[in-house]
Design a protein around this ligand. Structure first.
Ligand code: F6R
Length: 369
């Protein structure tokens, strides 16, 4: 049942190109327009939406953080992302024009369920992004967009995360399409890029041997830090979460711009720091700023592990280890940048003798608050 892999997690990492392609299947028509009729939220409701609130936990929350960048950029609708466990306890401002998006692989996470119930009580519409047919969260939502990752068995989420991202991009682009923002051409081209992305995920998977080797070499370290900016920031958080839950190591993700506001004090000789570098072809400021962050930490002794786009030469002098990913539009980069971090955590956990599919103290679906 593990299809020849030692762990479900390895199988599920390998299944990601298919999971991504399956989640796009039937949702882009011959003219490159999105068809999400299955979601059953009428376009007029979407045109009236004046705020979006995303609620989720753990890895799904990281997908939500990335969705915020895409939604606000492509639709200009203000979007908040909140941990489901915090959401309803702070008396959030919700009304019928608020669209709440609940993201959950299992569809049974109690914190997320309670958040969506609270939102519906305030009259908001809830759209679920979910991987499990007929589970509680989609049943209690007004609409659902299913991810088609297939069953995810390993406790640590991998392929479900990538499909949650795809679903979030679809929702963001669909909102843009329905509401007709000034980004019409960009939306069109992003849909095209998205339909190509499964191939790029596959390309990443084919080049993971050096990442595994690097992971094994770090098995006796106590701490690994992760840095990113823009959508690379939630990717850094996700890389850190995977390492905590699988390798039981101290791992922390930071927004690279926050370094000088505190975390840089943690940098010491030979501390491994993973840096997710945005595309140099996108907004140059982002790229240049992160290159200077890499210089800063390296000057203080960090061992830099740099994830950067193919052809990005500016990072080469400052990378102790360089992990290449294919060129993608900035907003879509998490789909390729997350994969090496999953492989990294899985291999480090194995090297430390941990049970990869069943990390200690964790359950696949958390049905208590
Ligand atoms: C991390 C992980 C958890 C889940 C979280 C939400 O690898 O698996 O953080 O992402 O418990 O679960 P779902 O998506 O089922 O609501």
């Amino acid at each position: 049942e593990k299809g020849g892999y030692d762990y479900f997690m390895l199988k599920e990492i390998a299944e990601q190109p298919k999971a991504v392609a399956d989640t796009l299947l039937g949702r882009i028509d011959g003219n490159g327009r999105l068809t999400l009729d299955e979601v059953r939220i009428d376009a007029s409701a979407l045109r009236e939406t004046d705020k979006i609130v995303i609620v989720a936990c753990g890895t799904a929350f990281h997908a939500g953080m990335i969705a915020k960048y895409a939604i606000e950029h492509w639709t200009r609708i203000p979007c908040e992302v909140e941990l489901a466990s915090e959401f309803r306890y702070r008396d959030p401002i919700l009304d019928p024009r608020t669209l709440v998006i609940a993201i959950s692989q299992s569809g049974e996470t109690m914190d997320t369920l309670m958040a969506l119930r609270h939102a519906r009580e305030q009259g908001s519409k809830v759209l679920a992004i979910c991987n499990t047919n007929g589970s509680t969260i989609p049943r209690e939502s007004d609409a659902v967009l299913y991810t088609h990752a297939g069953p995810e068995v390993a406790v640590a989420s991998t392929k479900a995360f990538l499909t949650q991202l795809v679903a979030c991009y679809l929702v963001a682009l669909y909102l843009g399409q329905v509401r007709g923002t000034k980004w019409g051409d960009e939306i069109h081209s992003q849909i095209r890029e998205l339909s190509d992305i499964a191939k790029q995920v596959d390309q990443v998977l084919e080049t993971m041997e050096p990442v595994r080797e690097l992971a094994r070499s770090l098995k006796d370290k106590n701490t690994v830090l992760f840095l990113g900016r823009h959508v690379g920031y939630p990717v850094a958080l996700e890389g850190a979460l995977k390492l905590k839950e699988l390798a039981y190591m101290h791992a922390e993700g930071f927004a690279a711009g926050e370094l000088k506001h505190g975390p840089i004090a943690l940098i010491e000789e030979d501390l491994p720091v993973v840096v997710v570098v945005p595309s140099p072809r996108g907004r140059d400021v982002l790229h240049d700023k992160i290159v200077s962050n890499i210089q800063e930490i390296r000057a203080r002794g960090a061992r830099t592990i740099v994830i950067a786009e193919e052809g990005d030469e500016a990072v080469v002098p400052y990378a102790d280890h360089l992990i290449r990913i294919p060129a993608t539009p900035t907003l879509l980069q998490p789909l390729v940048a997350t994969v090496p971090l999953q492989v990294f955590a899985c291999e480090l956990a194995t090297a430390r003798g941990n049970e990869v599919d069943q990390p200690r103290n964790l359950a696949k679906s958390v049905t208590v608050e």
